[in-house]
Design a protein around this ligand. Structure first.
Ligand code: NAD
Length: 295
């Protein structure tokens, strides 16, 4: 098994910056690349802020903070990725964008370099097949916020070799995360089960089963969930939820994956949840109040 000494993280958005932070914190030299200088800077700032918070809470020493920062290199130049033994891609969820990047990386990286995508909804094989190394290509699905969420789904496509899978599994453990093995089927494990649940909660609201607040309270206090499904849907982002549901519906053709009309109407209205200030709750109020959806 080759020792992984350098990881390249492509994309320094929400997920990429978290993955890069986790990799650097594990003592691995980490190169972060993004095409946008602005995004690269904001990713770098997000990492600095997150590490500072860990120090404040006493979960990280000032030495560990400095050592983590010293492992990180930020660049807009893809050439840096050629030095990596392991590439983790966390760019925009768009197959054309991702595959253009994979083809370029395939040309630049050595033949032993392993490629991993953090995609949430695209099939791993649809990317692997555009490279000359589908056997050294797999999915590594992290969860947001990456520095805090312990799970990583390790996704094997029909062509991923057992050796690649083992290397990736070992890397996840080295990052201090818990790996689980998943097949290359839309939704992997978590979203396969979570998305229909969130959609069911929206359908229950649509049908007038209960109010927004009561649905959330019921699942929190009756099922012991840390947050209710409508609060969680707002947190995930209603546009993201609707898009993931559509992709899963296309793959499985089962109505339970179909985005409910209410969700589609809310996305049309620009109600994307927490990030846009309004979803099932209105975050312009403190504390947030249930949005009047005219139901
Ligand atoms: P984001 O929009 O925050 O970040 C994407 C970044 O990719 C941006 O900084 C953008 O400038 C950069 N980028 C675009 N094209 C590029 C290219 N060709 N080369 C280098 N950088 C490029 O998105 P995100 O939420 O971090 O999601 C990234 C990936 O992670 C997606 O595949 C998404 O499905 C997946 N994912 C997201 C979540 C989540 O909760 N947001 C969870 C798990 C997985």
């Amino acid at each position: 098994m080759t020792t992984i000494s350098t990881v390249a993280v492509l994309g320094s958005g929400l997920m990429g910056s978290g993955i890069a932070q986790t990799s650097a914190a594990a003592g691995i030299r980490t190169i972060v690349q993004d095409t946008s200088e602005t995004q690269l800077k904001s990713g770098q700032a997000a990492i600095a802020k997150s590490l500072a918070r860990f120090v404040e809470k006493g979960k990280l020493s000032a030495e560990q903070q400095a050592a983590t920062l010293a492992q990180l290199t930020f660049t807009t130049d893809l050439a840096g990725a050629a030095e990596a033994d392991f590439v983790i891609e966390a760019v925009t969820e768009d197959l054309t964008v991702k595959n253009e990047l994979w083809r370029e990386l395939d040309r630049r990286c050595g033949p032993a370099t392993i490629f991993a995508s953090n995609t949430s909804s695209l099939s791993v094989i649809s990317m692997a097949a555009t490279t000359s190394r589908p056997d050294r290509f797999l999915g590594l699905h992290f969860f947001n916020p990456v520095p805090l969420m312990p799970l990583v789904e390790v996704v094997r496509s029909v062509q991923t070799s057992p050796a690649t899978f083992e290397q990736a599994w070992a890397l996840v453990l080295r990052l201090g995360k818990q790996p689980v093995a998943a097949r290359d089927a839309s939704g992997f494990i978590v979203n396969l089960l979570l998305i229909p649940y969130l959609l069911d909660a929206i359908r229950a609201l649509e049908r007038g089963v209960a109010s927004t607040v009561d649905l959330d309270t019921a699942l929190r206090l009756g099922a012991g969930h840390p947050m209710g499904p409508l609060t969680l849907a707002d947190f995930v982002g209603l546009d993201t939820l609707a898009r993931s549901a559509e992709i899963m519906h296309e793959e499985y053709r089962e109505t339970r994956y179909a985005p409910p009309a209410l969700l589609r109407r809310m996305v049309t209205a620009g109600f994307y949840g927490r990030k846009s200030g309004r979803g099932f709750y209105d975050y312009r109020h403190d504390p947030p109040v249930a949005t009047d959806l005219g139901l």
